[in-house]
Design a binder for this molecule. Sequence first.
Ligand code: SF4
Length: 726
Amino acid sequence: MTDKKTIQSCKVDRRTFLKATSALGAGATGLNLLPALSKTHATDTEATGKEEVRRSICDMCCLGRCGIEVLVKNGRATRVRPFKDYPNGPLCVKGHSILLQLYHPDRLKYPMKRTNPKGSARATWQRISWDEALDIIADNLTKIKHRYGPEKVLFYAGDPKDPVRPNLQRLALKFGSPNYGTESSTCHRATVLATSLNGGASRGLTPDTRAVIIWARNPAWSMAREMEELISAKERGVKIIDVDPRKAPTTRLADIHLQLRPGTDGALALGMSRVIINERLYDEQFVLNWTQGFEEFSDYVQQFTPERVEQITGVAADKLVAAARLYASNRPTGWITSASPTVHHWNGCQNHRAISAMTALTGAVPVPGLELSMTAPSLRDISEWRTLLPPLQSKRVDLKDFPVWAQFVEEIQVNRLPEYVKEGALRAGLFVGCNYRMWPQDHLYAKAIIDMQFTAGADFWLTPTMELMDVVLPAATSLERLGPIYVAGRTVFLPQPVVSPMGEARGDMEWMWDLAKRLGMGAEFWNGDIMATFDWQLEPMGIKAADLIKQPKGMTIPPAAEGKPARKPGFNTPSGKFELKSSILEKAGFDGLPTYREPPEGPVAAPQMAERFPLILNTGSREPMYTHSRHRNNPRLRELQPHPKVDINPKDAEARGIKQGDDVAVETPAGKITVKANVTNLAQPGVVHIFHGWPQADVNAIMARTLDPISGFPAFKSQLCQVTKA
Ligand code: SF4
């Protein structure tokens, strides 16, 4: 039966929500976790004495890029608080803990070269100067380039994202290698790929949204600003449907919660589409004028009856119907999706396309060029990939394995790194902020890095991945470096260092520009002049870097002008329509319709395996105190979550004699790890959740290396496991 009570429960003000989610977050752990919404903090008091307020950007995660005010006394940062007038914010618990990262005694402070062979049980190091380090890197990359070709060098960027990526991509492309990759090979880009194949992404939450579907996203723990917007939306009566295998804190805002089996998102979306089509709740004008393949799509979804979808997903048939009706009959609609949960499955790209198609039926996807658009000057892209990549495209290592990805994404799909190194397609690597534990069966990736002829890396720490390098470089944090330029809303901001760098740490842009000079490419990198680089980026805005840097709160970008569409209306697809049946996928040999397929290691497709491993293992959802593998050495954050844990439903725990805090073994066909049990209703029966990135309980080591054939993304969220008392 439809949960009418849930649908009707709408009085959620901020105070009630905070209280409720705080309790939910605590779960059975006794932790009180709602730091993502913390607007104030013990450090957030008025400045006293001679403290000076300096402004910068928080780099503790890859999402928010929140402005931060740092109180500095005698050259030392003492406290932080939100940057009041900066559009992003408030600070979460990670942002409030940034000084413990800045002044951590284990920071990598000097360049070093290794003194024993790579792969030794323990690396030994010799401190060297920046000049020597950059000379070694330039010599080795030049040798590989001349002997084997520039494309044999991999340029790789992990987290943080924006400050590094466009700079490193420019370095790669100017060097002659299209083989620039990032951790987006396992994060976010597959969702962009899926919506691009259809034609475009749906609107998110806008002021006129009347119904929004949050699909596998928990901003309460990952994006404080967005959570605030959602609470405001709830208060103004926006209908909220939450699709999530977990009862996450954000779920408390939902009118309807669809708690599906992981990996079955496609079936759920197709079932909802069936209701929307059969009850003629769709946007007829949009469908008639702007979709391609509607009839075949309509025929295909007929097999996804509510009853069948209930069997597949575990979501009650009447709840599905109610959700589809609530969503489609409250237009304009919006869709809030997450970077990766829907695409961390073997059929992830098609599943995500199915969700996108469902939202498009309700007219949620704007038609490019149809409406008057706001045109505003924007920052120049420093990577210049649009002009530099095409002549190098044929040398990409991923062309054969992932042709659709290679056609759409300007960076290579890195998930077959072990094979590329083994085949000699990649022989050297420059790694910025990489962690090999982000990949499934990660020992294969560590070996690949060891097997490269030469590797160098930059990081804040001498991490296990940096231990695999020939040369390591100390990276400056956002509080220690100049730039990069940030744009948030209508504000453009150029952060200056708020304190002197620890040791000899340098900003990535600074050392990359120096390296470019040593590689004979100085002229392409403004001869190392960073302010000249910023001037070039800012030129379309008519702003000079020297003026911008004098404005501690940034400058307002010149006003946007409403203008006529610059292009003929239509989607960027071969048909110019929103392709419910993708012509590009069909041409590449895949199904054009967003077909649903069972996870190959799931209980339906692999029942024998499920007898021994009856639980679904879902990894990688965010926790509020950590960013992937980062911050385990931050004492304040570690205190909030000291141990690796598995979230397990009380029913599953009881059936196994497991109690809160017990040591338990989590086993898959690929191996076993030991973690603490967190018995909580956040996990639905039959599904367990583990956060990734713990060195002592590395869940990726026990994940099968099953990759989505379209996107190349690993199936991190729908494999099988067993949990037993250790
Ligand atoms: S969300 Fe938190 S960690 Fe991320 S930038 Fe904002 S304050 Fe920093």
